[in-house]
Write a protein of this length. Structure first.
Length: 335
């Protein structure tokens, strides 16, 4: 989704009681986790004092993307002797309440996503006033400095969208349908905006309810039946791409499907050709760096990018030609 910039920064996190009572997680049933096991992805363990880090995202239940984020965060937590507590809520107001809970618990650091930055402004300011550093990741690239965050880890979604559109040009697509699973989320809107800018054909956009997959399927199917000129479906998450494949079949359409983001099943779909390609923003890396950065700041005063530039984790294109190289990692849930 843009040029390759890398940085290694790690952090750790934990909330206690109040956080455990609020929020939900991704596809693991809405429970929060203090399990710092990380599938052997960490190296050694810091001897520094135990820290508590709160990771708070806008994840919707059932979206496997956030399981990958959490595994990266847990790997950093194990390495850095951090107690990590994860919580999530797709409602911006509820997410802000989770951040406030973390502040009230006097955690050592907070890693959060700013899908709707305006909702995070006041509570991030409260964290700063309380002396709690905040790292941003995944969503909020254009706003993290204005919000007063220490660092940001993610991809430039608009540039990623442009690269996506340019790839569609080379594949000969003429009419794309961009499927947005959550209206108003800045990262998703930026992807579609970038796609429209980079793609020389026509781009339509539809909104679906990402938490209701049968509705997602029927909405895409209806749109394809309504307009047979659509030859490319663009989804903004792996589960939606897999559903779109079924919609194309149900509609009797000849449209191709390509997507942002990965999971194990999506990599298999790229390998077998049912999905053309995927753009990987490396969510494991985002979770890992957002947590590790807090540890580095606490113990050595470091700030990746000097605290003025984001650390970019994507875009990387996964195609049939290179999918085998990431399949093993995807199978264990880290890509």
């Amino acid at each position: 989704m843009h040029r390759n910039h890398r940085a290694a920064a790690l952090a750790a996190t934990v909330l206690a009681g109040a956080l455990l009572a609020a929020g939900c997680s991704s596809s693991s049933g809405g429970k929060q986790s203090e399990d710092n096991s990380a599938d052997g992805a960490s190296a050694g363990k810091a001897s520094t004092p135990r820290m508590t880090i709160a990771m708070i995202t806008h994840a919707e239940p059932g979206d496997t993307f956030w399981d990958i984020v959490r595994k990266g965060a847990q790997a950093a937590a194990v390495k850095d002797n951090i107690k990590l507590v994860y919580s999530a809520d797709p409602s911006a107001a509820a997410q802000a309440n989770l951040v406030q809970n973390a502040i009230d618990q006097k955690v050592d650091g907070i890693a959060l996503t700013a899908a709707k930055p305006d909702a995070m402004k006041a509570v991030v300011a409260k964290a700063e006033k309380a002396g709690i550093p905040v790292t941003g990741f995944n969503s909020g690239l254009d706003d993290w400095k204005k919000l007063g965050m220490l660092e940001y880890f993610g991809q430039d979604e608009n540039i990623a969208g442009q690269a996506f559109g340019e790839r569609l040009n080379t594949l000969g697509a003429k009419h794309a349908l961009c499927v947005v699973q959550s209206q108003g989320q800045v990262a998703l809107e930026s992807r579609c905006a970038g796609l429209t800018k980079g793609f020389t054909g026509k781009t339509d956009k539809i909104y679906v309810t990402g938490t209701d997959m049968p509705s997602v399927k029927s909405t895409i199917t209806a749109k394809l039946q309504q307009d047979s000129s659509i030859d490319q479906v663009v989804t903004l998450g792996a589960p939606f791409a897999l559903t779109a494949v079924q919609s194309v079949k149900d509609a009797g359409s000849k449209a191709k499907v390509a997507t942002f983001d990965l999971n194990k099943d999506l990599v298999a779909a790229v390998q077998n050709g049912s999905v053309e390609f995927a753009v990987d923003q490396q969510p494991y890396l985002q979770g890992y760096l957002a947590v590790d950065a807090l540890w580095l700041y606490k113990n050595n005063g470091n700030a990746s990018g000097g605290g003025t530039a984001p650390v970019l984790t994507g875009p990387a294109f996964i195609t049939k030609d290179n999918a085998d190289s990431v399949a093993a990692f995807a199978a264990k849930g880290t890509r």
